[in-house]
Ligand binder design. Structure first.
Ligand SMILES: O=C(CO)[C@H](O)[C@H](O)COP(=O)(O)O
Length: 275
């Protein structure tokens, strides 16, 4: 059958192109969502046992992890208590009727399952695209294992290779401008105040702080040192650099497989130490 080409009616041609591109973006969205789901389900199946205290990360991939956890609670009678890393995570736990706890009651977690914005070949991460970095890092630092779940677009050899939205730095509101000025004088790149959508002004985190997103940075920096330098600046609350924290990353791949990347024990920081 010959393809329909409308030379006489540009409107029909336009409609066809628009419809085609919508279908195309839906198809790619679906494969990305399928990849997230695959990674999340496999990580939950391999790392969560009955009796565990589980840290629940934030973001769109974690939704599938909580979905799988709820299925396992219902079908296998697995018993878990969950420590959320954000308002969103708390809502997910509650909506899925999982047992909610916190660090006051259960400060030692068996595992924390979370997403990431980018994972490098050392298993160091950029996190905080969803603005939840502070609580995510606190909860992860209380867990024996941090397991990352992500789709294939997050799997890089170095930080900044694919993820261009920048490294988030959570700052006290009154300090954002002096910190921005100081960091722009010291490092290559920009430190952009993250602005809200559908609200005038900046994003305000779950902890009442602002976020500076560090873009166009030098990808060859020594991230462990940079993280320590940033953490020492008055007004910096936390960074989205998660260095030597994750033990394993599960990447859902486009072909329906899951790639698992593991950290060697020698390249891990001791429990409860993230800087
Ligand atoms: O760090 C995060 C939120 O602060 C998320 O884990 C990260 O942004 C990845 O999210 P998603 O699973 O939606 O890609």
């Amino acid at each position: 059958m010959r393809p329909f080409i409308s030379k006489t009616c540009p409107l029909i041609a336009k409609f066809n192109i628009a419809t085609f591109s919508t279908l195309l973006s839906q198809a790619s969205m679906t494969s990305l969502e399928a990849a997230k789901r695959l990674a999340a389900y496999q990580a939950v199946d391999q790392h969560i046992k009955s009796g565990y205290i589980v840290g629940i990360g934030s973001g769109s991939t974690v939704i599938y992890a909580v979905e799988r956890l709820a299925q396992r609670v219902a079908t296998e009678k697995v018993v878990v208590s969950c420590v959320p890393t954000s308002f969103q995570a708390r809502q997910l736990v509650v909506q899925n009727q999982l047992t909610l706890t916190d660090l006051d009651v259960t400060p030692n977690l068996d595992v924390c399952i979370d997403g990431a914005d980018e994972v490098d070949s050392n298993l160091d991460l950029i996190k905080g695209g969803g603005g939840c970095l502070l609580q995510e890092k606190i909860v992860a630092s209380c867990a024996r294992k941090l397991i990352i779940i992500a789709d294939y677009t997050k799997n890089s050899s170095q930080l900044g290779e694919q993820y261009k939205k920048g490294i988030p730095i959570e700052v006290a509101p009154m300090a954002y401008f002096p910190i921005k000025t100081r960091l722009e004088a010291k490092y290559q790149g920009q430190f952009m105040l993250r602005m809200a959508v559908n609200k005038a002004g900046p994003v305000v985190t779950d902890n009442g702080n602002f976020i500076l997103d560090w873009t166009n940075f030098d990808q060859t920096l020594e991230w462990k040192n940079v993280n320590q330098e940033l953490a020492l600046i008055p007004g910096v609350v936390e960074t989205g650099l998660f260095i030597q924290m994750a033990q394993e990353a599960y990447f859902g791949m486009p072909n329906g497989s899951v790639k698992v990347q593991k950290r060697s024990a020698a390249n891990s920081l001791p429990f409860f130490s993230s800087v």
